[in-house]
Each structure stands twice: as structure tokens, then as C-alpha cells.
Design a protein around this ligand. Structure first.
Ligand SMILES: NC(=O)c1ccc[n+]([C@@H]2O[C@H](COP(=O)([O-])OP(=O)(O)OC[C@H]3O[C@@H](n4cnc5c(N)ncnc54)[C@H](O)[C@@H]3O)[C@@H](O)[C@H]2O)c1
Length: 255
């Protein structure tokens, strides 16, 4: 039981196909007690239905575009638990029209929203929750995708947001390292979820990945869950500021 006696926050469960849900199950199975957040009441209904599969979770709302909700989340966890051992940030958003056609047509407003929700939110959450993670060898984990480094047609604006997210991982790792808080990202291969269905060409990406990735198979959410378990646990205590690929090796290919 790698996470026995530990408490973690998992942000980003929308339904049972969410990467955040696979991470919740993997970390709970390893003994962690969890706080789950949901973006709004509609998605909160799904989270409340899934919650009985976990042992005694705390469910709280948090829309990361709202600083007051992030503050309330920190205050609520502070008063109900008093500390955190790990935080999973598994959320992102870009307006659907920015995930199709030419990247050069991206509007200022779409750019602002995508960078706010998908990249700045990690900074806001890390800053607000660092006092709860401090001196507990805390671990912050976020989710990214190869479209941050390579052009993936259709991923467009989200690739730029993920590049900002990965740079934030490095700067946050350096800021929070002296408090023994680690910050890492998992770069997952394409998986069919609510968020990825907004990316035009997702079906082609899934097919290409299965055919070409060195492991010749699709990325599974439980593979991502197990890597998050490793990053949440002390097994990864020497690793920070890193992007770990869970993509069957797809990112090593040149052609
Ligand atoms: N599915 C993939 O192929 C894939 C690959 C690599 C990385 N990722 C990343 O994994 C993470 C999880 O995505 P997923 O694929 O599990 O999809 P998902 O739709 O299950 O999860 C996305 C989550 O983001 C949340 N969210 C969006 N805007 C929010 C806001 N303002 N406040 C709070 N929460 C908000 C949604 O409520 C949802 O729970 C994302 O960062 C995504 O970019 C996904």
C-alpha cells in the first residue's frame, strides 16, 4: 500500500472515462484518502455517482477560472484534513472552434480562455495548496500531450496551452522544491474522453498511435493511473520538473 495514510486531491473527474478517474482509482487502491473536485453541478452529479467506489472521499466544487473557488477549496481542505500529500491536476479546456481548422485563425478570446483554464490554473492551484503540501514531501501532477512540442493537426491552441503548462511545471518545480514539493507532468497518448472528443481528428490520432507506437497498442487510462501512483508516491522522490511519457513510446518516432 504505497499511499497508506496519505491524502490526495484529484481535480478533473467528469465521468468514468476521465483520466482523473483512473488516477483516483489507482491512488485509492494504494491506500490514499481522496478529495475530488468537480467543475460544476452537472458534472458533480457524475462524480457523486462514482464516489461510492472510493473509501470515504470528500467531494468539493471548484471551477479553476474562479479564484474564490480555489481559495475556498484550499480553506475547506485545510479545515477538514489539514494537509495534502499529492495533488492531481487533470483538466483542460479550449473553445471547440479553436480545435479545428487553422491555428493562425485562433481568436484572442479563445487563446485567453485556453491558457487560463489549461495552464494558469496549475499555477493558481499550486500556489494556493502549497502550504498544505509543505514538509510532507508533496507531489503535484498534471497531464499534458505531445502536441506541446510537435504539430498535431487539430490540436492547435491546446498544443500552445500545453507548452505553457510544461514550462510552468519546470518553474513551479524550482519554486517549490525547497519546500520538498515536487511538480511533474505525465504526457499521455491519445485516449477517448469527453475532452479529447472536442479535438478534430482524434479518431485518426487513436488509429495512428495503435499502428505506429513501439508498443503497437492504444494508451489505456489505467497505465496513466499507475504512473500517477508512482509520481504521487515516495518511489519518485528524486524526480521533479519532469515530463514522463505514457504513450507506448510514440514520442520517440521520427517518421
Ligand atoms: N484524452 C487524451 O487523449 C489526453 C491525452 C493527453 C493529455 N490529456 C489531458 O488529460 C487531462 C484530463 O482530460 P481527459 O482526457 O481525462 O478529459 P475529461 O473530459 O474527462 O476531463 C477534463 C476535465 O477538465 C475539467 N475542466 C474543464 N474546465 C474546467 C474548469 N474551468 N474548472 C475545473 N475543471 C475544468 C472538466 O470538468 C473535466 O473534468 C487534460 O489536461 C487533458 O488535456 C488528455
Amino acid at each position: 500500500m504505497l499511499l497508506e495514510g496519505k491524502t490526495g486531491l484529484v481535480m478533473g473527474v467528469a465521468n468514468k472515462r476521465s483520466i482523473a478517474w483512473a488516477i483516483a482509482r489507482a491512488t485509492a487502491d494504494a491506500g490514499a484518502r481522496l478529495v475530488l473536485t468537480y467543475q460544476n453541478e452537472r458534472l458533480g452529479e457524475n462524480v457523486h455517482k462514482l464516489a461510492p467506489e472510493l473509501k470515504d472521499p470528500i467531494l468539493l466544487p471548484c471551477d479553476v477560472q474562479n479564484d474564490d473557488e480555489i481559495d475556498s477549496l484550499g480553506a475547506e481542505i485545510g479545515s477538514r484534513v489539514g494537509h495534502l500529500d499529492f495533488v492531481v491536476h487533470a483538466l483542460a479546456f479550449a473553445p471547440r472552434e479553436a480545435l479545428t481548422g487553422a491555428y493562425s485563425e485562433t481568436s484572442r478570446e479563445a487563446f485567453r480562455i485556453a491558457l487560463d483554464v489549461s495552464a494558469y490554473s496549475l499555477v493558481a492551484v499550486a500556489h494556493r495548496l502549497a502550504p498544505l503540501l509543505k514538509e510532507r514531501e508533496g507531489s503535484i501532477i498534471t497531464l499534458t500531450y505531445l502536441g506541446s512540442e510537435r504539430v498535431v493537426p487539430g490540436y492547435n491552441l491546446m498544443g500552445v496551452a500545453k507548452a505553457a503548462l510544461e514550462a510552468s511545471v519546470r518553474y513551479l518545480a524550482n519554486d517549490l522544491g525547497p519546500d520538498h514539493i515536487r511538480v511533474n507532468a505525465i504526457s499521455a497518448g491519445p485516449i477517448k474522453t469527453l475532452a479529447s472528443s472536442a479535438v478534430s481528428g482524434i479518431s485518426g490520432m487513436l488509429k495512428l498511435h495503435s499502428e505506429r507506437a513501439p508498443l503497437r497498442k492504444p494508451t489505456e487510462t489505467d497505465e496513466v493511473g499507475d504512473t500517477a501512483l508512482f509520481l504521487a508516491s515516495s518511489l519518485s522522490r528524486g524526480i521533479t520538473g519532469e515530463v514522463i511519457y505514457v504513450d507506448g513510446g510514440f514520442h520517440i518516432l521520427g517518421v
